[in-house]
Design a protein around this ligand. Structure first.
Ligand SMILES: Cc1ncc(COP(=O)(O)O)c(C=O)c1O
Length: 401
C-alpha cells in the first residue's frame, strides 16, 4: 500500500542530480558542485574561544529555551551591522532565524496560498524554489541579463499575474554570480512600491565582494516597508552555526515570529550565544577580508583556466564576489548528459536545470569556486574542459559553434 503524503508533496521536485552529488565523497574527486565555503577559512580558534567563554560565563542561558525573536544581545549586534548594508534598523526590527533558509520557509507560510504567484529571477536559488514549492505557488520568472533582473519587465508581469512576492538575490546571485546594478535596484523598488509588492531580498553573499564597489541594499531604499531583508552568518562565519536573520516591518515580523514559534520555538540558544560572543570579542571584518581575498584569488584562477581550456562556444559570468559562476554552453548541449563523463574524469559541477522553476533550460552549469584549492581549480577546470570538448565533438557538425 502506498504512503498517503499530503497533496503538496506532489509538487515538490526531487533534484535529479542529488544522487550524482553523493560522488563528492569519492577519493580524487574535484568538486565545483556544492555551495560550500572554504573550511580552512573557518575561524576555528576564535569560535573555540568564544564557545569556551559562553560556557564559562553564560552556560545556563546558552542551554536554556529562549525567546522566539532571538537573543536580544545578538539582535542588537546584527542590527548595528545592518549599517554595512546601508540599512538603519533597531533590535526590534530583526528576527533571528535558523539560517536564512528558515526565513524562506516562514515567508512561504505567511504569504502563500496554493496557486499564488511568486516572481523569481530566472535562474534562481534552487532551495528557495523547494522552500516555496511546499506552499504550492505558481512560479513566474522575470527575465534577467548580465546586470541581474530586468525591472522594466515587472509592471506587465505584476498586472497580469498579481504576484504575492518578488524573490531576488541582488548580490553575487546563486547560481549566476550576477549583481543587480544600483540603478536597477532603484527602478525595481519604485515599481514594487507603486504596486505594493513584497520584495524578499535574500543577501547571504553581499559581504563577500572581492572587486568593484559595494552597492546599497534594496532594503536601504525601503520607505514603504515592503522589503524583507534576509542574511546569515553561513558564508562569513560558518554554516554549521545555524544563525540567520530577517529584517521586516512590524506587521510582517510579528507574523514570521508567530509561525516560527510553531516550527522550532527559537533558533539554538547555544549557536546564538556563540555568534554573539564571536562578534563581540573578535573583528569579523578582518576575518571577512581574508575570505574576500581568498575567494577573489580562486575566482581569478578559475576564470583564467576557463579562458585557457574551454572550447569555443562556451561563455561564463564574471562575478565580483560570492562563490559561483555560471557557464552557458552551446545551445544543443544538455549539461545533465555531461555528468557521466565528468564523473569518469572525477570532476563535478551542477547542471543548471534545477535552478529554473520550470526545469526547462538544459545548457547551463553552475561552478563553485570557494571550496576547492587553487591547485584543484587548475586541474579540475582542465578536466571539465576535456569533458565539454568531447561533448561538442559528439554534436552533429551543424550544431557546433
Ligand atoms: C541564496 C541563498 N539563500 C539562502 C541560503 C541558505 O543559507 P543558510 O545557511 O543561512 O540557511 C543559501 C545557501 O547557500 C543561498 O545561496
Amino acid at each position: 500500500m502506498s504512503t498517503r503524503f499530503a497533496r503538496r508533496m506532489s509538487g515538490v521536485r526531487a533534484s535529479s542530480i542529488r544522487e550524482m552529488l553523493k560522488a563528492t565523497e569519492q577519493p580524487g574527486i574535484i568538486s565545483f558542485a556544492g555551495g560550500l565555503p572554504a573550511p580552512e577559512l573557518f575561524p576555528v580558534d576564535d569560535i573555540r574561544s568564544a564557545t569556551e567563554r559562553v560556557f564559562r560565563e553564560t552556560a545556563a542561558s546558552a542551554l536554556q529555551y529562549g525567546p522566539t525573536e532571538g537573543c536580544s544581545l545578538l539582535r542588537e549586534l546584527l542590527a548595528e551591522r545592518m549599517l554595512k548594508r546601508a540599512v538603519v534598523c533597531s533590535t526590534d526590527d530583526l528576527l533571528v532565524t535558523t539560517g536564512s533558509q528558515q526565513s524562506l520557509d516562514l515567508i512561504g507560510k505567511i504569504f502563500l496560498d496554493a496557486g499564488d504567484c511568486v516572481l523569481t529571477e530566472s535562474p534562481t536559488y534552487l532551495a528557495a524554489i523547494q522552500a516555496f514549492q511546499a506552499y504550492e505557488p505558481r512560479f513566474i520568472t522575470v527575465p534577467t541579463d548580465e546586470e541581474g533582473l530586468i525591472p522594466e519587465a515587472l509592471p506587465e508581469l505584476i498586472e497580469r499575474e498579481q504576484p504575492k512576492l518578488l524573490y531576488t538575490i541582488p548580490n553575487f546571485q546563486n547560481p549566476t554570480g550576477v549583481t543587480l546594478t544600483a540603478e536597477r535596484r532603484r527602478i525595481l523598488y519604485s515599481i514594487a512600491a507603486r504596486y505594493g509588492l513584497i520584495v524578499v531580498e535574500d543577501d547571504p553573499y553581499g559581504m563577500l565582494r572581492y572587486s568593484g564597489t559595494a552597492i546599497p541594499s534594496i532594503k536601504s531604499l525601503d520607505t514603504d516597508g515592503i522589503v524583507i531583508y534576509l542574511s546569515t552568518v553561513s558564508k562569513t562565519i560558518a554554516p554549521g552555526l545555524r544563525v540567520g536573520w530577517a529584517v521586516a516591518k512590524p506587521e510582517i515580523r510579528r507574523a514570521l515570529t508567530i509561525v516560527k514559534q510553531a516550527v522550532d520555538l527559537h533558533t539554538s540558544s547555544l549557536d546564538q550565544r556563540i555568534v554573539y560572543r564571536y562578534l563581540s570579542d573578535f573583528d569579523i571584518d578582518v576575518h571577512i577580508e581574508r575570505i574576500r581575498r581568498s575567494y577573489g584569488e580562486r575566482y581569478s584562477v578559475m576564470n583564467s583556466r576557463l579562458e585557457e581550456c574551454m572550447p569555443a562556444g562556451f561563455t561564463w559570468t564574471h562575478p565580483e564576489g560570492g562563490m559561483f559562476l555560471w557557464v552557458t554552453c552551446p545551445e544543443e548541449l544538455n549539461t545533465c548528459e555531461l555528468m557521466p563523463g565528468a564523473l569518469e574524469r572525477k570532476v563535478l559541477f551542477v547542471p543548471g536545470q534545477d535552478f529554473f522553476p520550470d526545469g526547462a533550460s538544459r545548457r547551463f552549469m553552475r561552478l563553485n569556486f570557494s571550496n576547492a584549492s587553487l591547485a584543484q581549480i587548475g586541474e579540475g577546470i582542465g578536466r571539465l574542459a576535456d569533458v565539454c570538448a568531447a561533448a561538442v565533438r559528439n554534436l552533429p557538425v551543424a550544431q557546433r559553434c
